[in-house]
Design a protein around this ligand. Sequence first.
Ligand SMILES: [Mn+2]
Length: 373
Amino acid sequence: MKILQTADNHLGETAYSRIDPSTGLNARGLDFLDSFQNILEVASKERVDVLLVVGDFFTRVNPHPRYLLEVMKDLKKLSKANVVTIFVSGNHETPKMVTTVNPLSLLGQMDNVYVVLEPTSIEIDGIDFVCVPAPPVFDEIKDLFTPLLQKALKDSKSERKILAAHLPLGQAIISSERTLESFIGECVDIKQIPNKFMYTALGHMHRFQQLDQEGMPVIYSGSSERYQWGEEHDDKFAVLIDIEDKVETLNVAATMAGEVRPIHYFSEGQKTRINMALRVAISRILSKLPQTEEHAYAIMQTLFIDEGDFGSLDESGIRDAVSIIRNLTKEFDRVILISHVPTIREIFQGYVLEVVKTRPEESVVKTFGALPE
Ligand SMILES: [Mn+2]
């Protein structure tokens, strides 16, 4: 999964009263829009799966509708290209009063766009995005962060998690938001973030920086446009993250009459069936691996099954196994079963090859009956 992380885009920000003659909008306001649109270009060029916006996308609760309109047009294109966009609310767009509408909620009406105004987790392709937006009382973030994170984690079931939060970290390099704005509270300590996430995406600090929390990367993308004079010499970035889609562990539970039981409670014949179920499941997963430009997994046309222990099955067990194998021919062009059991040979009459060892390191293949067309 490819993720493009950005934050603090501050759309709707205006300064210096210079008007762009063609649009009638504030010239600096258009700079902020341009910077965000540059990031969208990167998103489509890099074919990202998720655009993650970690707060202060809008600079105020009531941005000029022109910016909303432009952004909605852009997001529609992304949505059609199946890119998921996640907006986590920052302190600038989070209203202080319940009657005020967060401008992000308008964007949340679109397909493939998730807007997070309250702590929650969003699952995208098996990865949980655990999101902690800025609370209305942002100055108390140090004390509020841990309970808000707990709340967001309640909705998370996957082992694979990414944290996305809008907050000032005490360990971060000072940026304009901390020095020039009136953030009078205490900063969150990096130790308040557990290192159980694949990585942590943060917003609020305007300077790009990567910190380390017990081996877990903690990254501020920084703002997309220079927001105040303090950022005059800062370069601006968006962060491209590539998460490998490998599954590291596979938990398998064997059940009988709906109850999970330890494997040694099962008889030999039952173990054979469990074994078979596992092998069929794994072969199905392998045959369905995606073909991408970077990963050219072989197209699997032939499946070999070495039955190994079909001898412990009774005749009805063998017939069940055979019908499963026959079903696999829907997914594979050829299924070759290696067996020592005479019943199997009878069932597959006309489709049997016999391998006879003639000399050391030499065998001869004999066919019985007609081979399949
Ligand atoms: Mn902020």
